[in-house]
Design a protein around this ligand. Structure first.
Ligand code: PLI
Length: 458
């Protein structure tokens, strides 16, 4: 029987949450077009939609908020952040952005031309969409084990070096302006990337003269997995591991809304001075001056402090083990999840949970909807609604390999009792899963249709 991890903090401010009666949840879900993005947050009891921007800040960060210097140029908080970026990541050149996708957009608008191909272990949805909107094609080169739900490979986020070499020497010859690696691999289950793999991909990239970048938003969780699963790192601090990871890349984009432990903020760092100069020009055009980049001085301070706090071993160990506790409870109850449990979320295999619903009828979305109806819990679909594509020549719909729902755990927000409630609700749904039906899309458009689509039960 699994044991909950113990929170290495106590609670100083509380935010009430309410569980509405079942009939009210039915009507709210209908009004939301069976899309949980469209529910009001106040109508949700336990919100596991995302771990992004949902962290509880520490008293140290809140104290930092009061130290905000709101000068237009050269605020002190920028220089504090500069020290942090150097100390933690070893990078001198960086700009703050308002969040991760702004960093992606600025970088890609500078280096991607129509016809380019951008490999990654697995692109996150905004990363892929930002590449497409700049005329490029995102490709996913994660190892095959990543697609095996129950594989116990310790680093399922690794990129397959053979797939990468084949791309660079074949179809992608002369067309790859950047190689990315997402740590941890969110779209593939929050799975980590090993230091050995980072080094190997860096060597291939260097051999071809192609810049190598991280999509780095869960860097500390990734470092924790290296410490606990990769030989040679058990005695290293998280800070040492992070420093080494970042020593192999030429730059990185980061949504600080994850391991930055802040509610808003992003970063873009590169080694190349000329590229940084162009980035700064574009930043001024679309985000803001180079020392604030779309954020208030107080936000920069909270980010600077969060990026240091997240390196604390007690924190990150609790964090990863809290997520694992929820995963273990579900596994013990026979609910199939992606294993090993990821760093920030538990991913349930909807194909296994609802085998009678075909992918064309969105089984993962069906489970997301029922989780709200049954327990007021919000999760997110990571399956056909998010990733199915239509072949423009044949009109054929191509479904993703994985059909998942993600239970993303906000950092320092919920207790083990909340997670027990989530597990118990899912176990109840599982016992009557044959009663659940599929869904159809009523209205959808755009590159990221899952945010706004309207659905209806079949
Ligand atoms: O939400 P942003 O724009 O700060 O960050 C975009 C982003 C980039 N890369 C990765 C791996 C992400 O996970 C990511 C955002 N993730 C969200 C919103 C999530 O719910 O997982």
């Amino acid at each position: 029987m699994s044991q909950p991890a113990i929170e290495p903090y106590r609670i100083k401010a509380v935010e009430p949450i309410v569980l509405h009666p079942p009939e009210m949840r039915v009507s709210l879900m209908e009004q939301a077009g069976y899309n949980t993005f469209k529910l009001k947050a106040q109508d949700i009891f336990v919100d596991l939609l995302t771990d992004s921007g949902t962290s509880a800040m520490s008293m140290n960060q809140w104290a930092g908020i009061m130290m905000g210097d709101e000068s237009y140029a050269g605020c002190r908080n920028f220089f504090n952040l500069q020290d942090t970026v150097m100390d933690v990541f070893g990078f001198e050149n960086f700009v703050p952005t308002h969040q991760g996708r702004a960093a992606e957009n600025i970088l890609f608008s500078m280096i991607i031309k129509p016809g380019h191909i951008v490999p990654n272990n697995m692109h996150f949805d905004t990363t892929g969409a930002n590449i497409r909107s700049n005329g490029g094609t995102p490709v996913n080169l994660v190892i095959d084990e990543s697609y095996e739900v129950s594989s116990t490979h310790p680093f399922k986020g690794n990129m397959d070096p053979n797939k990468l070499t084949a791309l660079l020497d074949g179809e992608g010859k002369g067309k790859v302006p950047i190689i990315m690696h997402t740590i941890t691999n969110n779209s593939g289950g929050g799975q980590p990337v090993s230091m050995a793999n980072i080094k190997e991909i860096a060597n291939i990239a260097r051999g071809k003269g192609i810049p190598f970048f991280f999509d780095a938003c869960r860097f500390a969780e990734n470092a924790y997995f290296i410490r606990t699963r990769e030989e040679g790192y058990a005695q290293s601090s998280i800070a040492e591991i992070v420093k080494e990871m970042f020593s192999y890349v030429d730059g990185w984009t980061m949504s600080a809304k994850k391991d930055g432990l802040v509610n808003i903020g992003g970063l873009l760092a590169v080694k190349d001075d000329e590229l940084m100069g162009n980035i700064r020009d574009t930043l001024i055009l679309i985000e803001g001056y180079v020392t604030y980049g779309g954020l208030a001085g107080r936000d920069l301070e909270a980010m600077s402090r969060g990026l240091r706090e997240v390196l604390d071993l007690d924190y990150v160990s609790f964090r990863v083990n809290q997520v694992k506790y929820l995963g273990d409870r579900l596994t013990e109850a026979g609910i199939q999840i992606i294993t090993p449990v990821g760093g920030h979320a538990v991913y349930i295999n909807a194909k296994d949970f609802l085998p009678h619903i075909p992918q064309s009828e969105f089984p993962a979305q069906a489970l997301v909807c029922d989780l709200y109806l049954e327990g007021g819990i919000r999760a997110v679909e990571v399956g056909s609604l998010m990733f199915a594509t239509t072949n423009p020549e044949t009109g054929e719909v191509v479904y993703p390999e994985l059909e998942m729902i993600r239970l993303a755990i906000p950092r320092r927000v919920y207790t083990s009792t909340h997670l027990d409630y989530v597990a118990d609700t899912l176990i109840r749904i599982k016992s009557k899963s044959h009663q659940l039906g599929g869904y159809k899309i009523v209205k959808a458009n755009g590159l990221l249709r899952h945010f706004t689509a309207e659905m209806a039960p079949l």
